[in-house]
Design a protein around this ligand. Structure first.
Ligand code: FES
Length: 152
């Protein structure tokens, strides 16, 4: 291990603001890979600071660890990712963020009216989703997912 390139879990935690337990959890979930010293101490690449920061931000944006893992799979293991590696992740992640923005925008717009979830609990559902017509379009909150009510 080249000195300077490897840092302890405590340094990763201090630098990212993540709890040591969270970093261990990310490692367990395969989002990070630690190396062990002869004495068994976990060591991380200094570039893992960026990886952990990415995880923290993506979680704050509402992405699950599974989704984050899919994005991080594109990064190389055991070496510092290059600018090109991060550009690829960034492009893919941007597409996911765009999808999320579109879903949130739709949710914001439809929050006060029927989202086609099948609950039929608001007065407007009687207009937009009488007799739960939305169920014919599939499972889930159909109008939030992009389906249009037959009559609106
Ligand atoms: S809001 Fe639930 S079915 Fe309309």
């Amino acid at each position: 291990m080249a000195a300077g390139q490897w840092i302890t879990i405590g340094e990763v935690a201090w630098r990212t603001g993540a709890a040591v337990s969270a970093i261990r959890f990310y490692e367990e979930k395969g989002l990070l890979t630690a190396r062990r010293t002869a004495g068994g101490t976990r060591m991380f690449l200094r570039s893992d600071i960026r990886r952990v920061s990415f995880i923290l931000i993506a979680q704050r944006l509402g992405f699950s660890l599974e989704e984050i893992g899919v994005h991080l799979r594109g990064l190389p293991d055991g070496r510092t990712p290059t600018k090109k590696d991060w550009e690829k992740i960034s492009r893919d992640f941007r597409a996911s963020i765009d999808e999320r923005i579109a879903a949130l925008t739709t949710l914001r717009t439809r929050l006060t009216s029927c989202i086609g979830c099948g609950c039929l609990s608001l007065k407007t559902c009687g207009l937009y989703n009488p007799e739960d017509e939305a169920k014919e379009k599939g499972a889930g909150p159909r109008y939030l997912l992009g389906d249009k009510p037959s009559r609106a």
